[in-house]
Design a protein around this ligand. Structure first.
Ligand code: IDP
Ligand code: MG
Length: 152
């Protein structure tokens, strides 16, 4: 199995509900190594670039508001960005996260335990985890400068 890097974001519902420590704990338990960590004030530009593959989706405008903390009262747009490294890190982090739709996520996953669909129909699924090698490489570069990451 290849050693990979992957990007995790504790989304504004996660930071708002004090789940940052839990996310880090679960990723630790999965055997992944943290190689970058910071709080980020998410600009509209960064949000749109991060989710550009979803620009055609009907939920895209709300997704941009969600990741910028606008549904959770964060005037500073706070998200915790984490970079992890490890064997099969992308798949392991996705397994820790669970399915995108919190209603379909297994109970033992973070999204299964703590995600929800709001009464307004929005997914609140606590964290982002890169979905494949190409996305992971693009996303780690988008959120971290090279000097913010521990060396390989
Ligand atoms: P992922 O986060 O599990 O990789 P993606 O399909 O890449 O899922 O979607 C990115 C994010 O967009 C999801 O985490 C979720 O916040 C939001 N999203 C995806 N599909 C839906 C939907 O059908 N309704 C509302 N929000 C969605
Ligand atoms: Mg995705």
């Amino acid at each position: 199995m290849a050693v990979e890097k992957t990007l995790i974001l504790v989304k504004p519902d996660g930071t708002h509900r004090k789940l940052t420590g839990l996310v880090i704990d679960r990723l630790d338990a999965a055997g992944l190594e943290m190689v970058g960590a910071k709080m980020v004030s998410v600009s509209e530009k960064l949000a749109r670039e991060h989710y550009k593959a979803l620009a055609d989706k009907p939920f895209f405008p709300d997704l941009i508001k969600y990741i910028r903390g606008e549904f959770h009262g964060f005037k500073d747009h706070r998200v915790m960005a984490l970079a992890y490294r490890g064997e099969n890190a992308i798949g392991k982090a996705r397994a820790v996260a669970g399915a995108t739709n919190p209603e379909h996520a297994s109970p033992g996953t973070i999204r299964g335990s703590f995600g929800r669909i709001t009464t307004t129909g929005h997914f609140e699924n606590v964290l982002h985890a890169s979905s494949d090698e190409a996305d992971a490489e693009r996303e780690v570069k988008l959120w971290f400068r090279p000097d913010e990451l521990l060396k390989d």
